[in-house]
Design a protein around this ligand. Structure first.
Ligand code: NAD
Length: 481
């Protein structure tokens, strides 16, 4: 691969269709988690920057919301083309700034955002933009100026999953990407600029959550906040928004269960264990919807452990840009320490180590790595209840058949995703219908990027992607006749 030139240092923000300096003088470092070196900086934005961006978005709103749906879809298709043309850069940016393994960087970090924008034509066609109800016609209008705040783990997909549907709904946007992985947001802003969207329709302000994030939430011109990130920060966003009040949509953490029912054949069991481990380790374990708990019938625990000891060896850690690498470093030193302390704490609490552990992997002395780790722990223990956000699979034995498994699966405060495997598809489907979670993979079903995504409980509320993802950015006016 000939590497494209990448710019990790930026000294501008994108407001009202122009690249302007921040009103502040601070910068935030961008760190390569494999080399542990600072590779760039971005502006540490201010509340004044947010004010400019929010006003620009408010000025652009009447014009943009008056464009036809067809024109807004066309704009999204142009952005999708731009993303496709710069896919190598996007993948490399995600790999350098957050450590995404190369294959995943290409397929998911660069590939998914293209789908997010390109699917708008099909998805918008599924939205009921207006309908009759008695003597009313119910009309969906854009909710207004959207503040979008996003995390670092799928940095461009999480942005695209907000920006594309918001634009199609007729909204204008102020985006604050993660301060840890800001580069892809700059590439998107350049692509949107080149696509010729009117000034103010999309604005980018970089900075920290407490300053730029909170200024977006509190700004009177921002009508709705769409937030993806930790439950802790989501709670703060909802609190601040309640003061207005204004609408929020929260995509938060998870502790999703992969459930193996007791009628699986030995082969089926093996496939399910392998699928579960893959579902946990994807993106080096930094996936909100990862199936980080593997629920197995207690009588088959030894069978699961034996398989996991074997399979864990096939997840080599290494240089994210080496195509053979399955597991890259975690995004930051803080995240590495957090995950390691979870592993240590779990062992102190009585969990059993099946693979991995808290030490630095032998073959990678530098880089924020954590060994792919498998633990066995009982339901209700801390490691079984709390989101770790790293490559750590907790195997949880259950008793009491399907009802016992369901109680454990539904037994955390979260409910973002899940999976169930059974010998009998009807039984798996019946189980999936009882899981209190936003999506469930049934017998190995694959992620559908145009189906709604979102949570129950502390995983948040609101839905992203698919027609519901567009409807999220609308408000209904009832015209009575
Ligand atoms: P984070 O909550 O630390 O940060 C997310 C974003 O919120 C960042 O842009 C950050 O700057 C901003 N932020 C932080 N504090 C804020 C505040 N007080 N006000 C406004 N904004 C604030 O999360 P992270 O570490 O970047 O991402 C990891 C978390 O995100 C995990 O918990 C993961 O489960 C969750 N996540 C959820 C989904 C989902 O769709 N449900 C997807 C990906 C990640």
């Amino acid at each position: 691969m000939t590497a494209p030139e990448l710019n990790h240092t930026r000294d501008r923000i994108y407001v009202d269709g122009a690249w302007i300096p921040s009103t502040g003088t601070g910068t935030l470092p961008v760190v390569n988690p494999f080399t542990e070196q600072v590779i760039g900086t971005v502006p540490e934005g201010t509340a004044e920057d947010v004010d400019r961006a929010a006003r620009a978005a408010a000025r652009a709103l009447p014009g943009w919301s008056a464009t036809s749906l067809a024109d807004r879809i066309k704009a999204c298709s142009a952005v999708a083309e731009g993303l496709k043309a710069r896919a190598q850069e996007i993948a490399l940016m995600a790999s350098r700034e957050m450590g995404a393994p190369w294959q995943l960087a290409v397929m998911v970090q660069a590939g998914l955002p293209v789908i997010d924008f390109a699917s708008m034509e099909d998805v918008a066609g599924q939205v009921e933009w207006e309908r009759r109800s008695g003597n009313s016609v119910l009309v969906r209008q854009p909710v207004g100026v959207v503040g979008a705040i996003t995390p670092w783990n799928y940095p461009l997909h999480q942005i695209a999953a907000k920006v594309a549907p918001a634009l199609v709904a007729g909204c204008t946007v102020v985006l604050k990407p993660s301060e840890l992985v800001p580069g892809v947001a700059y590439l998107l802003a350049e692509i949107i600029d080149a696509a010729g969207l009117p000034p103010g329709v999309f604005n980018l302000v970089t900075g920290t959550g407490p300053v730029v994030g909170e200024a977006i939430v509190a700004h009177p011109a921002v009508d709705m906040v769409s937030f993806t990130g930790s439950t802790r920060a989501g709670r703060r966003v909802a609190e601040l928004a309640a003061a207005a009040p204004k609408r929020t949509s929260l995509e938060l953490g998870g502790k999703s269960a992969g459930v193996l029912l007791d009628d699986l054949s030995a082969d089926g069991f093996g496939n399910a264990v392998a699928g579960s481990l893959t579902g946990c380790l994807i993106n080096s374990g930094q996936t909100c919807s990862a199936t980080t708990r593997l629920l197995v019938p207690r009588a088959r625990l030894a069978e699961a452990e034996e398989l996991l000891t074997l399979f864990a060896q096939f997840a080599p850690v290494g240089d994210p840009l080496d195509p053979a690498t399955q597991q890259g470093p975690l995004v930051s030193k803080v995240q590495q320490e957090r995950v390691r302390s979870y592993i240590r704490q779990a062992l102190d609490d009585g969990a059993r180590l099946v693979a991995g552990g808290p030490e630095q992997p032998e073959n990678t002395p530098t880089g924020f790595f954590v060994k792919p780790t498998v633990l066995v722990a009982e339901a209700g223990s801390r490691i079984e209840q709390e989101e770790v956000f790293g490559p750590v699979l907790t195997v949880v034995p259950y008793d009491g058949g399907d009802d016992g498994a369901l109680a454990v699966a539904n037994g955390t405060p979260y409910g973002l995703s899940g999976a169930v495997w059974a010998g009998d598809l009807d039984r798996a489907t019946a189980f999936a219908r009882r899981m209190r979670t936003g999506q469930v993979a049934v017998n190995g079903g694959v992620f559908n990027p145009t189906a709604p995504f979102g949570g129950f409980g502390q995983s948040g509320y609101g839905r992203e992607l698919g027609p519901l993802g567009i409807e999220e950015f609308t408000a209904v006016t009832s015209l009575q006749f």
